[in-house]
Design a protein around this ligand. Sequence first.
Ligand SMILES: NC(=O)c1ccc[n+]([C@@H]2O[C@H](COP(=O)([O-])OP(=O)(O)OC[C@H]3O[C@@H](n4cnc5c(N)ncnc54)[C@H](O)[C@@H]3O)[C@@H](O)[C@H]2O)c1
Ligand SMILES: Nc1ncnc2c1ncn2[C@@H]1O[C@H](COP(=O)(O)OP(=O)(O)OP(=O)(O)O)[C@@H](O)[C@H]1O
Length: 519
Amino acid sequence: MEQGNSSVSSCSQSENGFISSFSLFPEKAVQELLQSPIQGSDDHLIEFSEALRTVAKALRKVAEGKASAQAEAAEWKRKFELERTRNLQLEDKGKSCLEHQADLDDVKLNNLAKQPTLYNEEANGQSEECCSRNGICSHEVLRDGKPDSDTKMVRKASFKLQWYCKGEKSDQHKHDIVSFERGNITTAERSSKQISLKWESCPQTVLILTKPNSVSVQILCAEMIRWLRQHKKLQIYVEPRVKVDLLSESSYFNFIDTWSDDKEILKLHTKVDLVITLGGDGTVLWAASMFKGPVPPIVPFSLGSLGFMTPFYSENYKECLESVLKGPISITLRHRLLCHVVRDAAKNEFETEEPILVLNEVTIDRGISSYLTNLECYCDNSFVTCVQGDGLILSTTSGSTAYSLAAGGSMVHPQVPGILFTPICPHSLSFRPLILPEHVTLRVQVPFNSRSPAWASFDGKDRKQLAPGDALVCSMAPWPVPTACLVDSTNDFLRSIHEGLHWNLRKTQSSDGPRESFP
Ligand SMILES: NC(=O)c1ccc[n+]([C@@H]2O[C@H](COP(=O)([O-])OP(=O)(O)OC[C@H]3O[C@@H](n4cnc5c(N)ncnc54)[C@H](O)[C@@H]3O)[C@@H](O)[C@H]2O)c1
Ligand SMILES: Nc1ncnc2c1ncn2[C@@H]1O[C@H](COP(=O)(O)OP(=O)(O)OP(=O)(O)O)[C@@H](O)[C@H]1O
């Protein structure tokens, strides 16, 4: 019994501050218990000693399991760091070629590009150029295209993006992010300003994307196409199934363009000046998913039940489109996440399956398995945590009002650059959601000792199994989704949470009742 007392008195604090149950039975005490069972005449004492030995055995097994898991985690960390160093070297090599390319990208997006490109610049033969004048960051994003044998449209409308903030004449509007006047550091530039899009030549080609199986959407689509053709002389693209539907209605729609091969979708951004969506948020997600590189501005009309990203009302589509086509318009640049699945068998981080872009979130969950997911998470080189629960959501700020919100994440203005790290039903009382900066690379690893595989899904679609040893690597993509605002990005965001979620709706308290007495 003395042995038991001395073990208790030697208990130690574990890393998380709690007294570890393993330390109640230090190794030496366990060995002694196993090797020299207490010899005594008292039956109770023998029984008690047997019970103690069984407990000690069980605890040792657990402690051994913990040690092997820790060793495995350390090995993973080492592997991960090795891979990272290799990738950095590869990136450095490619950097000199990419530098020229990067200069051509949108000024704001330069900082975001960290991953190998999905989008083949040669495909569109465009050249872009960046300029920075009068402290205003302006940039010509799209320019006229060269005649291309397999593209019908030759010209693409060009436009400029300008960042501005209210009180432009005030000191707030400086070009630098920080200034060091007289050794004092002051913030000069606010990162999230309203962005304005100004057409430099008229838009000529519009892609209309519609929610399937909706009669009201179908009717509106046909009406909108007629109006755009007759009053604006625009070239129209629709999805193949929509063209079939329209032609079954009338041969008038013969002029409409579409594609026959999915490969043509990859070139759409070189032909289309504007995308119109008719549906709910899901249709905006669908539209974004069609563009694996740059995305033309999207004008989302609300024909769904909620509509956090669809501020335009279909009833007055003519006025809306008049003003959008004329410009300038306020836009929200919605960041996307670039996700890579890295299989255990992969030799390096670049040996991945086709990358996937998400506008809302990537979710790693337990799928149909009834076991707890076990996910090791790293942010750049640092270990973040182990998720033990139903799963994890890595969300953009646009997606902060979707699944992440349902899982307890905060609502974040879509212009705020960041990645939300939101657990789903974590089996821990202290796992609060995080918001990480935009420039990090996150890696979610299914450990080898995981009891079950995990499942990744992208904007609620394309489920992929992640077996033990597989990982999902995710960072901010260099191609955001520009969506047109009805008023501006703040007004639209606030209206969407008021109208869509009835956020903080409460009857105002009446003034008749007890009052605090004023002096
Ligand atoms: N428990 C949940 O809240 C839950 C569960 C699964 C998926 N989702 C969300 O559904 C999205 C897919 O949408 P869908 O329309 O293709 O599927 P869906 O038809 O199942 O619709 C899901 C709902 O999420 C809403 N939604 C989508 N994006 C939103 C956003 N950015 N802000 C606020 N609400 C948004 C839609 O308006 C719709 O009401 C996923 O990206 C995920 O965020 C939510
Ligand atoms: N053009 C399209 N082709 C195929 N699927 C689409 C297309 N547009 C939308 N979808 C899918 O249809 C589903 C419903 O779309 P959406 O969310 O726009 O409509 P909704 O459900 O009526 O709107 P809300 O979500 O606001 O109630 C989504 O899962 C979306 O991915």
